[in-house]
Ligand binder design. Sequence first.
Ligand code: 5AD
Ligand code: SF4
Length: 474
Amino acid sequence: MINRFFSPEEMQAQKDCAASVRKIVTDRDIYSRPLRAHVMTLGCQQNEADSEKLEGMALEMGYTLTDTPEKADLILVNTCAIREHAEQRALSFIGNFKKLKAANPYLVVGVCGCMVSQEHRINDIKHKYPYVDFVFGTASLHRFPSLLYEALKKKKRVFFHSGEEDYLVAEGLPIHRNGKTHAWVSIMYGCNNFCSYCIVPYVRGRERSRRREDIVAEVRELVANGYKDITLLGQNVNSYGKDGQYGYDFADLLEELAQIDGDFYLRFMTSHPKDVTDKLIKVVTLYPKIAPHFHLPLQSGSDRVLRTMNRHYDMAKYLSTVEKLRALNPDITLTSDIIVGFPGETQEEFEETISALENIRFDMIYSFIYSARKGTPAAEMEDQIPREEQNRRYSRLLAVQQDISLAKNTPLVGRTERVLCDGISKNDPTVYCGRTPGNKIVFFAGDESMTDSFVNVKIDRAEAFALFGTVVKN
Ligand code: 5AD
Ligand code: SF4
């Protein structure tokens, strides 16, 4: 097999750097109190998973963690680049750190993740944000200790961006998990698909899979530690193993993990419709430990648009996958991603997307207004759709889907669902909340003993985006 891993020596060198940083950070002759680190995460679940590793490394380096940037001596912003809005948010947060830096002479600021895996954004940070001390891209996550060490020790700004690392996997990083029941497990990194609108393949590098035994060991350990909801992550999980672990694919991995003893659910995201095999559909619908939820980004209901998006499937292929899934499990939750206002999308083609939603009837969709990403083919296409028209299509899409989501949720009224309780709702402190195996959010009157456990909830009322119910005895 091709060596796709950073060598043990390289990983050890980072551990040594972490120890050196720890010496500096905990030196009470320099710092009169324990130092605090804040990791700010923008973007997707993969970034959340990466941030748990960054926090793990910060702890290893002697920092304590804080949720408040104002209290931090080290701020690390893990950025996203998927849409313009995500980048503007990151830049506006970073802009605010100027005054924090003036107020705290110890403060060190780092920026990492997808936004700064692009040359032009690295240059922006270099020239317009002089109070940022160090920068590194997605594939160099494990270098956090050495880059921080350089910034602290040499008191110089450090910008690290190496294309070579886009082919490699770093194993064995410490992880500070943010949940007690939900956990992320990255199974692969990068993407090879180059959908014409998408920046991900440029900022996260090529597809590379973790070793089967490393993933299995991680999931086993999570289950042993009481984790009940484990999400396998990858830009395109269906490509797992295609980069060298011949004879063992994503369906095999899921099947192996679903046979681990314990009371837990496995989830996965994201799947690419072009790669969903009959074998995968069978495994997903066969094992009770695999949550009955399939997230399958459609992006558009028009074959022509799908072609210019470089998606490598058409509506017929997509519909046949949905049919096969529903034939084996009619209750499976189906969710999707849709982009409106892609360059050249005509009114009729947009209507095809609306018809696709009405025809497929997803439980929920994540909808996005197309955002041009520098360096992608779609950004160069003629016929960019004006913003007002994009907004109009977006509102229409949301309204159509809202009715469908409500219609999909309504039959759940009267049913009892096994809900993993997350505790008191962040939005409404008078109720508890949790998720069904099909990943629907449920609100109910509860008590603290239910937090982090499974409870049976009888559904009393349904809305488009949530269910409301009453706890019933197990
Ligand atoms: N503009 C809008 N949405 C995008 N997505 C990816 N790239 C873009 C873009 N340039 C959406 C896709 C993808 C989801 C994660 O984000 O729908 O599935
Ligand atoms: Fe982007 Fe397409 Fe890869 Fe998903 S599969 S990350 S949309 S290029």
